[in-house]
Design a protein around this ligand. Structure first.
Ligand SMILES: *Cc1c(COP(=O)(O)O)cnc(C)c1O
Length: 405
C-alpha cells in the first residue's frame, strides 16, 4: 500500500542529501573537534561551515547559535537561562496554546513559586496582545511564545512582541520549531533574544536542535560541562547531526519559496476539497498561518477514529484532539480557542511538505469523504444525512473538559 504522509509537523523524512553529507562523519571523519591533532581539525572546519549554513537560514551570525539535542532542550535552556540570569524577577508570561515543552516547564516553575501568566487567544487562535501588554511588569523575567502553532499553524506576531519586550527590558524567547524553514526568518533586525528550533522538523534527523542566543544577552548554561559551544553547552558535539542540520538549513533556504507556493497550493486545494464535506470547519486563522498546515474538524465524529481509518487507507495524519488514554479531553489549543465540543472532538491536523504531490491530494480527496460518511453512519450524533437534534448541546463524559463545561 502506498503511504501518503501528511504529518510533517510531527516529524519529517531525512532528506537524502542530508544523509549523504552526514555519513562520512560516522567513519573516516570521526575526530573530536576539540582535539589538537589533524583528525580533530578536519572535523572542526566542517562544523564551522554547518553553523554558517544554519546562521544563513536564521539571518544571524554563527556565534549566536548553540546546538542542543532537540527542540525541547532548546526550550528548556532558554527558559532556565532567562530565570537564572535574573534571579530577582519571579514572573513569566507565555500563552495557553504552547507546546508541552513550554507548558509543562511553566507548570513546574509555578510549583517552585514563580508567577505565570498564560495569555489567551481568540476564536481564530490569534494572540490577545492587550492581555500580554497588561501582564508585563517590572517583575517579568521572560516572555516565551510560539512563533507558529504546531496544531493549527497559526502565527503569533513575535517580532512585534519582541520589540515591546525590548522596550520594557524583558527577555523574549520564541519556540520557532514549526516556523523555521516554512516562513522567512531574519533575526538580524528582530529584537528576539532566544529562538528554539529542532532539526527533525526540517528534514534533518531526530535528536539535534539549536538555540539562537542574541549576541550580548546574559546566558546561563543548562548543560554544564566542557568548553564546547563557547561554554554555553557542555558535551562533545553531535558532529554528524550538526553537519546534517547544516545541509537541511541550506535546503530550507532553497525550498522556502516552494513551501509558500506549491506546498501552500496543495494545502489550500486539500482544505477546499475537504470543506465540501458537510459539517466541516477549519480551526485557526485562514491567512495568518503556516503555508503547510490545516486543522480541520469533521463534526459529530471522533478525530481518533478518522485517523485510524485514514491510516488503514495509507494516509498519515495527526490528531488535533489528542484524546489521551481514553479521557475524551480535546486539545488544549482548540480548547483555548473555544472550539465547540462536536468540532473539537472531530478535529485532525494535516501538515504537508515538499515531498507531497498533487496526486496525493487527489487520492486523499477520494478517501476522505468515504471515511467520514462511514463514521457518521456509525455515530450516535448522526442520523440520515444530518446531526441528530440537540447534538450541539452534547458534552463529553469528562467533567473537567473545558469545552463542555
Ligand atoms: C516538535 C516541537 C517541539 C519539540 O521538539 P523535539 O525535537 O521533539 O523536542 C517543540 N515545540 C514545537 C512547537 C514543536 O512542534
Amino acid at each position: 500500500m502506498r503511504t501518503i504522509y501528511f504529518d510533517n509537523n510531527a516529524t519529517t523524512a531525512v532528506d537524502p542529501q542530508v544523509l549523504e553529507a552526514m555519513l562520512p562523519f560516522f567513519q573516516g571523519l570521526y575526530g573530536n573537534p576539540s582535539s589538537i591533532h589533524h583528525k580533530g581539525g578536519e572535523v572542526g572546519a566542517a562544523l564551522r561551515l554547518a553553523r554558517q549554513q544554519l546562521a544563513d537560514l536564521l539571518g544571524c551570525v554563527p556565534a549566536e547559535i548553540i546546538y542542543t539535542s532537540c527542540g525541547t532542550e532548546s526550550d528548556n535552556t532558554a527558559m532556565w537561562s532567562a530565570l537564572r540570569t535574573q534571579p530577582d524577577k519571579r514572573h513569566l508570561i507565555t500563552s495557553r496554546v504552547e507546546h508541552s515543552a513550554i507548558i509543562n516547564n511553566a507548570a513546574f516553575l509555578k510549583r517552585l513559586g514563580y508567577r505565570v501568566t498564560e495569555v489567551g487567544v481568540d476564536r481564530e487562535g490569534l494572540l490577545d496582545l492587550d492581555q500580554l501588554r497588561q501582564a508585563l511588569s517590572p517583575d517579568t523575567a521572560l516572555v516565551s511564545l510560539l512563533w507558529a502553532n504546531n496544531e493549527t499553524g497559526v502565527l503569533f506576531p513575535v517580532e512585534e512582541v519582541a520589540q515591546l519586550c525590548s522596550e520594557k527590558g524583558v527577555v523574549f524567547h520564541t519556540d520557532a520549531v514549526q516556523a523555521v524553514g516554512k516562513i522567512p526568518i531574519n533575526l538580524k533586525n528582530a529584537k528576539i533574544d532566544l529562538l528554539s528550533l529542532a532539526g527533525h522538523k526540517l528534514r534533518a534527523p531526530k535528536g539535534i536542535g539549536a538555540l539562537y542566543i542574541r549576541k550580548g544577552l546574559k546566558f546561563s548554561p543548562f548543560m554544564i560541562g566542557g568548553h564546547q559551544e563557547g561554554g554555553r553547552r557542555g558535551g562533545t558535539e553531535n558532529v554528524p547531526y550538526i553537519i546534517g542540520l547544516g545541509v537541511a538549513a541550506k535546503l530550507a533556504v532553497e525550498r522556502l519559496p516552494e513551501e509558500n507556493t506549491r506546498v501552500k497550493a496543495m494545502r489550500d486545494r486539500l482544505e477546499a476539497g475537504l470543506l465540501k464535506i458537510p459539517f466541516t470547519r477549519v480551526n485557526g486563522h485562514r491567512e495568518y498561518r503556516l503555508p503547510n498546515t490545516t486543522n480541520i474538524s469533521f463534526e459529530y465524529i471522533e478525530g481518533e477514529s478518522i485517523l485510524f481509518h485514514l491510516s488503514h487507507a495509507g494516509i498519515c495524519a495527526s490528531s488535533g484532539s489528542a484524546c489521551t488514554s481514553g479521557s475524551l479531553e480535546p486539545s488544549h489549543v482548540l480548547r483555548a480557542m473555544g472550539v465547540p465540543f462536536t468540532a473539537a472532538h472531530g478535529s485532525i491536523r494535516l501538515s504537508l511538505g515538499t515531498t507531497n504531490t498533487d496526486d496525493e491530494v487527489d487520492e486523499a480527496l477520494r478517501i476522505f469523504p468515504e471515511v467520514v460518511s462511514k463514521l457518521r453512519e456509525l455515530s450516535p450524533f448522526w442520523k440520515d444525512d444530518g446531526p441528530v437534534q440537540d447534538s450541539d448541546m452534547l458534552t463529553c463524559e469528562d467533567n473537567n473538559c473545558q469545552v463542555c463545561n
